[in-house]
Each structure stands twice: as structure tokens, then as C-alpha cells.
Design a protein around this ligand. Structure first.
Ligand code: GAR
Length: 206
């Protein structure tokens, strides 16, 4: 059966578009049940709407008065995903740290794409960090989401060589092209139930 995906994003949504293209082309056996965002203006929400996918904006401000605002927010997000019968959650440019409250609702069923070769350069502005560090190779990683930011078991990665004169923009664009290939491929492995987590190691079953 097709993997029932929920996508969380905060911005442009080009990875969402790549996922939807792969589904349309038949290389990813999934359906995107809902796209949710913490930003009402995220272009990714408009992209989803154009393609007939339900979207939800969940406003973090509504939870500011809660005793544990981040957890309360995440429970609300999880409930929305569950209402839409989501089985697996893909973070695609979701610029919020996900709390255990949400991770617990989708055990071993939440993945993220990050624009560096983890564990190097986790967190925000990875491409800028890479250039400022003077690294010669970077890339992108798809990993399971765990409590530590960008620390979960790695599913797959693609290396990108840094060119002389690269800027944040040129490097990001080159990495992004690979993200668009890598993310649907990782999700297809999940759809085929071919990923087995053993501690930090993700084994890809034949
Ligand atoms: C992508 O480069 C993704 O790897 C990155 O945000 C961009 C989203 O682009 N994610 C992170 O940095 C997460 N820490 P998109 O909205 O066009 O898919």
C-alpha cells in the first residue's frame, strides 16, 4: 500500500515538489495526505494547494500562553497529521525544532532532509557554516528524526564538492538538486519497508 505521508515545511517547498513529482512519475509509492506549516506565507503551502493537497497553517502564537508552548504546539501538529491519516512525516525545510511530544506520535516514522553531510554542520544555515569553515566537500543527508537536532540515524547521503568561489547561493543550489533526487529515493525505501534501524545504523534491506 502507498505510504501515507504528511509534509511539514516552513518555506519554498521545492523538496515537496520533488516528492510530488516522484509520486506522479511512479518512482515513489506514496500519497501526500496533508502539508502543514508554521508559516502562513510559506510558498510550499501554495504549491500544495495548486496540486490539490490539503494544507494547514498552525499558528505558533496560539500556543504562547501554554505552560509548555513548544510541546503544546507539537501535539496540535501531530493531531492534525493523525486526523489526515498520516503514517509517516517528512520534514522538508521545516525550520522548527521538533520536540519529543511530536516524535513520540510517529515512532521511527519521521524523517528530515538536511543540507550538509551530517554529523558535520547541523542546525541552521548549514551551507554558510560549510563555507565559513572552509570545508572542501559537503552535501545532503536524509535521516530519521530523534530528539537531538539533526542527530538521528542516517538513511542516505550525497556528497557535493565545493567549488572555488562558491557562495551560499551557488552551493545551496547545487546541493538542492541532489536533495530533490535523494529525498524521494529515501522515502521510497521507507515505503517499501526496507529500512531497519539498529541503534545508530540504518540497514537497507534488499
Ligand atoms: C532545503 O535545502 C533543506 O535541506 C533545508 O531547507 C531547504 C528547504 O528548501 N532544510 C534545513 O536546513 C533543515 N535544517 P525547500 O523549501 O525548497 O524544500
Amino acid at each position: 500500500m502507498a505510504l501515507e505521508l504528511g509534509v511539514l515545511l516552513s518555506g519554498r517547498g521545492s523538496n515537496l515538489a520533488a516528492i510530488l513529482d516522484a509520486i506522479q512519475e511512479g518512482t515513489l509509492d506514496a500519497t501526500v495526505k496533508v502539508v502543514a506549516s508554521n508559516k502562513s506565507t510559506a510558498a510550499g503551502l501554495a504549491r500544495a494547494t495548486e496540486r490539490g493537497i490539503p494544507t494547514v497553517f498552525i499558528d505558533p502564537k496560539l500556543f504562547a500562553q501554554e505552560e509548555h508552548p513548544r510541546e503544546a504546539y507539537d501535539v496540535a501538529v501531530g493531531n492534525v497529521l493523525k486526523e489526515h491519516r498520516v503514517e509517516c512525516v517528512a520534514l522538508a525545510g521545516y525550520m522548527r525544532i521538533v520536540t519529543p511530544a511530536l516524535i513520540r506520535m510517529f515512532p521511527s516514522q519521521m524523517v528530515n532532509i538536511h543540507p550538509s553531510l551530517l554529523p558535520a554542520f547541523p542546525g541552521l544555515d548549514a551551507q554558510r557554516q560549510v563555507l565559513e569553515w572552509g570545508a572542501k566537500v559537503s552535501g545532503c543527508s536524509v535521516h530519521f528524526v530523534t530528539e537531538g537536532v539533526d542527530e538521528g540515524p542516517i538513511i542516505c547521503q550525497k556528497a557535493v564538492v565545493i567549488a572555488e568561489g562558491d557562495t551560499v547561493e551557488t552551493l545551496s543550489a547545487r546541493i538542492l538538486e541532489h536533495e530533490h533526487q535523494l529525498y524521494p529515493r529515501a522515502l521510497q525505501l521507507l515505503a517499501q519497508k526496507r529500512l531497519q534501524i539498529e541503534g545508530r545504523i540504518v540497514r537497507v534491506l534488499p
